[in-house]
Design a protein around this ligand. Structure first.
Ligand code: ATP
Ligand code: ZN
Ligand code: MG
Length: 534
């Protein structure tokens, strides 16, 4: 990897001859010391190959290697010259510009990068050459060239992986369970009026479904979380954009996030034109509405745990404060899944999740994850009697070239990574086809990813890790109903203990649709809805 370019230092006035003489020895010193600092081999450092003073500008032709990228080098040059120019010659440095930057990478990359600083990217004979537009000093202060190179490498890797962004490997599974039900609960729930669609991926849950939904949440808390000492907190659900910037979601999944905007003003008078429009036309012109809202400063809850890290930002822990074990179930998550991907309560735009989070030393975080796995296994296998399997999935950003190949046979799960919990959905077809399984939850160890990004620290500088686990309530209910059906008598004992008196839902002349009323009666009898006055 080589960098080439020309830096222009603009001075407050033309320097005298003395300085021109002195600059020769200064450059020699820069080349021998300052520009090699941090480089193991001289070729990894930077070098001024030639320089010239013209009027009030100094031009440096430069070349550099990986350890001291060219923009870092020119800042070092400026910082070294500034005091000499100032003190001795009373000359200030007005501006700094880096021109004709060329980066040569020793690999052919086939991906492009769409940022304004890139002039062109060309590949030939095993090399990639990136040419940049002139860079102002404010840009040089950021690790902008390093980021550009990482981005190209990352995009190339993603491209080589194709559409497959996750590595999937089964690590545990239940025995095959007796399947007593083949129908699609999504369809049944809608026909009997327990759920009702209001917009793509958004449903109204009536009391009978809500009751079952809450009981699943309660079972999780009683059976998995309380025995392990997890306590409840309430996390905000509208997250400032900076949080998503730090977690990486804003970069990784902007196509799935629902953004939120504030009104342009709190002063209602500024909305007069809008109010007049709605009064006269009686409709909402959405183009016009855009004039009255700001660009989005927020996104709606997406991964649910990020506000936890934001809250802990800059907190300093000692051993006696750790580990931290909390969970949040205070509100919905929102994900745009593309209109084609939505289906009943299987894939929603607005869904509910219990998000479990923990923080501690690496040993604590692994231990807690392992205790959670034990309780989860008991919950899904014994309490709910589901047919399930677990898979080790490594998000592509954790996959470094070659690493996954080595992990083929034996996976060490006691390291950062994610385990998905999947349940078999008999209504979809054969259990052999992976498309007939649904991810109902997952559990992750993040390593120091978030403690680093949010500066969550230990007083003795011990490494701190985090973990999280998402329990998608709709999906657990769906998986259960899909495998066990609506006949309460055939449900496992624990579930029967929790789900006893399902309340009645909406009953009106046309709700549920009359042709499904028999179905509703049948289901209600099976799950044991109490008759009025009983
Ligand atoms: P999928 O691969 O099915 O899209 P995911 O990997 O995007 O799931 P995560 O980001 O890991 O899901 O979210 C954790 C949990 O949240 C999932 O296991 C699932 O229970 C739930 N979940 C995620 N997306 C949805 C959705 N669109 N509708 C309902 N539940 C969801
Ligand atoms: Zn999480
Ligand atoms: Mg998803």
């Amino acid at each position: 990897m080589r960098f080439y370019g020309e830096a222009v230092l603009k001075l407050s006035k033309q320097p005298p001859r003395d300085f021109a003489e002195e600059l020769k020895s200064l450059v020699e010193k820069l080349n021998k010391e300052v520009l090699l600092k941090g480089a193991k081999h001289p070729e990894d450092g930077a070098r001024i190959t030639s320089f010239v003073i013209k009027d009030d500008e100094i031009f440096f032709n430069m070349e550099s290697g990986r350890a001291v990228p060219i923009h870092v080098a020119i800042l070092r040059i400026k910082n070294n010259l500034a005091p000499i120019l100032g003190r001795k010659y009373k000359i200030g440095i007005r501006s700094l510009l880096l021109k004709d930057v060329r980066i040569e990478l020793d690999e052919e990359f086939s991906v492009g990068v769409e940022v304004p600083i890139v002039e062109k990217i060309e590949t030939k004979e095993g090399q990639t050459v990136i040419t940049l537009k002139p860079l102002e000093e404010s840009l040089l202060q950021k690790p902008i060239l390093q980021r550009l190179i990482s981005l190209i490498e990352e995009k190339e890797q993603r491209k080589r992986w194709g559409g497959k962004i996750e590595h999937w490997q089964k690590i545990k599974e239940s025995r095959k369970k007796r399947i007593i039900f083949k129908d699609d609960p999504n369809v049944i729930l809608e026909r009997i009026g327990w759920i009702s669609n209001i917009a793509p991926g958004q449903w109204f849950f009536t009391p009978p479904f809500t009751y079952i939904f809450r009981k699943f949440e309660e079972m999780l808390i009683d059976i998995v979380l309380k025995p392990l000492g997890f306590v409840e907190a309430i996390f905000p659900k509208m997250e400032p954009i900076e949080i998503g910037l730090k977690t990486g979601h804003l970069k990784g999944t902007p196509n799935q996030m629902v953004f939120a905007s504030l009104p342009i003003s709190y002063n209602i008078e500024e909305f007069e034109a809008w109010q007049d429009y709605v009064s006269i036309y009686g409709e909402a012109d959405l183009e016009f509405l855009q004039k009255f809202v700001e660009p989005p400063k927020y996104y709606l809850c997406f991964a649910q745990c990020p506000p936890f890290y934001r809250f802990l930002s800059k907190t300093i822990f000692t051993d006696k404060h750790l580990p931290l074990k909390w969970f949040d179930r205070s509100g919905p998550s929102f994900r745009w899944e593309g209109a084609g991907g939505l289906r009943g309560i299987e894939r929603l735009v607005e869904f509910h999740r219990v998000e479990i989070v923990w923080l501690g030393t690496p040993e604590q975080v692994i231990e807690i994850r392992n205790r959670l796995l034990e309780r989860y296994e008991y919950f899904m296998d014994k309490a709910l009697d589901l047919e399930w399997r677990w898979a080790w999935v490594t998000p592509w950003f954790l996959v470094h070239a070659g690493e996954t190949e080595e992990m083929k046979e034996e996976i060490d799960i006691n390291q950062p990574g994610t385990i998905d919990f999947e349940a078999y959905l008999p209504y979809k077809g054969d259990r052999e086809d992976h498309r007939n399984w649904l991810e109902i939850g997952n559990i992750s160890i993040h390593g120091a990813k978030y403690t680093k990004a949010f500066r969550i620290r230990h007083a003795a500088e011990k490494t701190l890790w985090t973990g999280c686990s998402g329990f998608g309530i709709e999906r657990w209910v769906l998986a259960f109903l899909a495998q066990k059906g609506f006949e309460r008598d055939s449900w496992p004992e624990t579930v029967r203990k929790y789900i006893r008196d399902i309340p009645r839902g909406l009953e009106a002349s046309n709700y549920p649709r009359p042709q499904y009323f028999d179905l509703k009666k049948l289901i209600e009898r099976r799950v044991g809805i109490k008759e009025h006055g009983e």
